[in-house]
Design a protein around this ligand. Structure first.
Ligand code: CU
Length: 335
């Protein structure tokens, strides 16, 4: 044993030194953690909430109630404000309200022209063949099987058509998924988590987290749309880039809002990313778009796009309103 140690002693020494170097920062972390532990959970939470709200001195109960009421008013349903919702007998998309959805409409309209022309051409050819080459009109058919020129034409023209579709289509994909200048510099980030059967939302930079559950028929007020209204809508500033981080806590859901051109899978264990920019103030609706279980049809999405000033006010109220829910989550995480 001694023989082995002396033979490899430089190695053991080096390994020991490396271990010490690694352990030093760990020890510091342990001390820091112990320091945090010394503060009660309550104190940590109060500090966290105070930091989040930026309040130097705590608000009075009345001030808190007023801030929450103002936030609720900003997020409230108003029939005149509805922008993104399907209308009866509608056959086209909902009104596009984001740059991506406008691009989607552009590609859609372009491809629609192409497929219409192709369909008319094929129909015309069919009619021509039926009339011109039926047994009566053409009793003795020709027997040739190849024509080089026409084969080149019916290969090259479809290739050109496909390329002319691929270019705008790939450009649109790039705008959706790979627009690094936009997605990496958002004005606001919202984390979306799908659950059976509701959505939960987190504003990590604003310290807001809440669940959005569907409103039952009995809870609907002032003509709120059935199956689309939720208790806690998400509020976003208008004309600002909102980055969405989308995932799921149980099964696969999909977060879809037609007016923004978004339909993104919420997959457990995976963080999907997309973005939108609401170009008009108002209320937008969406739904879960992957069959996720018995209440799949009852987990709607409601978004209220408001001015910067209203958004700032909503953030203040929402931080107070959802602080209690936040504390429960925080306590669960730290235990
Ligand atoms: Cu779902």
């Amino acid at each position: 044993m001694t023989h082995i140690f002396s033979r490899y002693s430089p190695f053991f020494l080096a390994a020991f030194a490396a271990l010490m170097l690694l352990a030093a920062p760990l020890a510091t972390h342990a001390e820091e953690a112990a320091g945090t532990k010394a503060m009660s959970h309550g104190e940590v939470l109060i500090n966290a909430v105070a930091n989040a709200t930026g309040a130097a001195k705590p608000l009075s109960a009345l001030q808190k109630a007023e801030a929450i009421k103002a936030a609720d008013q900003i997020a409230a349903y108003d029939a005149d404000k509805v922008v993104g919702m399907a209308k009866p007998w509608e056959t086209y998309y909902q009104t596009a309200a984001s740059p991506v959805m406008k691009a989607v409409e552009g590609v859609h309209d372009y491809v629609l022209v192409i497929i219409t022309l192709i369909t008319l051409l094929v129909l015309g050819l069919l009619v021509y063949i039926v009339l011109r080459f039926n047994k009566k009109a053409n009793p003795v058919p020709k027997r040739f099987t190849h024509n080089k020129m026409i084969e080149v034409i019916w290969t090259v023209i479809p290739i050109m058509i496909l390329v002319s579709i691929a270019i705008p289509s790939l450009r649109l994909h790039y705008q959706y998924y790979n627009n690094e200048t936009i997605i990496s510099n958002p004005d606001l980030t919202i984390k979306v988590v799908g659950h059976q059967w509701y959505w939960s939302y987190e504003y990590p930079d604003q310290n807001i987290a809440f669940d959005a559950n569907i409103k039952s028929d009995a809870e609907l007020k002032n003509g709120e749309p059935r199956l689309l209204s939720v208790d806690n809508p998400i509020v976003v500033p208008v004309n600002k880039v909102v980055r969405l981080e989308i995932t799921s806590a149980d099964v696969i859901h999909a977060w879809a809002v037609p007016a923004y051109g978004i339909k993104k899978g919420a997959v457990p264990g995976r963080l999907n990313e997309t973005w939108f920019k609401a170009e008009k103030e108002g209320i937008y609706y969406g739904q879960c778009s992957v069959l996720c279980g018995k209440s799949h049809g009852f987990m709607p999405i409601m978004i209220v796009a408001v001015s910067d000033a209203d958004f700032a006010q909503w953030v203040k109220g929402a931080q107070l309103k959802f602080a209690a829910a936040d504390m429960v989550r925080f306590a669960a995480l730290t235990h």
